[in-house]
Ligand binder design. Structure first.
Ligand code: GAR
Length: 206
């Protein structure tokens, strides 16, 4: 992957507000992420606020909209071209809501990380994203939830788990309050930590 001492090039894929992207950028600034740097941010939604965060940090951004590409295969071809041109070494899905095909995930095997807002294998897979995950957790009455960072393979939320952190559900929680607590206590902590660990291990040849 990378020669020792050189920072790995990270592309972050987003769809929304980009608070996880912000956590990554802050972690880079604070030296929590030392082994890589974000060199590209791509959104699959028009006008995602995450792109404003990237621009504010001086990072190149792009939008690739599936319907303008004419379908999944063309979308992935464009995405892939951009990632290669960027000489991407690690892809981070930070609130990226498109599902990637088997061909794509195989091509980038062990080089895509995703953050999911539950303790996998609970409340994950197709249809579980964003606020829906927290609605399902509250409907089921769990007392503990959390977040998971995992490698991405062809099974939605099915790849190898890299890190997890538990978060307590509080009486009176709404999906919104729970989502916020899971982000603050878990997602923004474990995503930067997992990125650094994966890159550092790779650079050390482990
Ligand atoms: C985050 O909670 C992330 O875990 C979730 O979407 C939110 C994006 O917020 N991702 C998924 O549900 C993926 N299945 P952000 O744009 O502020 O980082």
């Amino acid at each position: 992957m990378e020669t020792k001492g050189k920072k790995a090039r990270i592309a972050v894929l987003v769809s929304g507000g980009g608070t996880n992207l912000q956590a990554i950028l802050d972690a880079e600034r604070e030296g929590i992420i030392r082994s890589g740097e974000v060199t590209l941010v791509v959104s699959d939604r028009a006008g995602a606020y995450a792109l404003k965060r990237a621009e504010a940090a001086g990072i190149p951004v792009a939008e690739i909209l599936k319907k303008e590409c004419g379908g999944q295969a063309a979308f992935e071809e464009r995405l892939n071209g951009m990632l290669e041109e960027n000489r991407t070494e690690l892809i981070v899905l930070a609130g990226f809501l498109s599902i990637l095909s088997e061909a794509f995930t195989r091509k980038w095997e062990k080089r895509i990380l995703n953050i999911h807002p539950s303790l996998i294998p609970s409340f994950c897979g197709a249809g579980y994203y964003g606020l829906r995950v927290h609605e399902a957790a509250l409907a089921r009455g769990v007392r503990v939830t959390g977040a998971t960072v995992h490698f991405v393979n062809e099974i939605p939320d099915g790849g190898e788990i890299v890190d997890q952190k538990a978060v307590a559900v509080q009486p009176g929680d709404t999906p919104e309050t729970l989502q916020r607590r899971v982000m603050e206590e878990a997602e923004w902590v474990i995503l930067p930590r997992a990125i650094e660990r994966v890159l550092a291990e790779r650079q050390a040849g482990r």
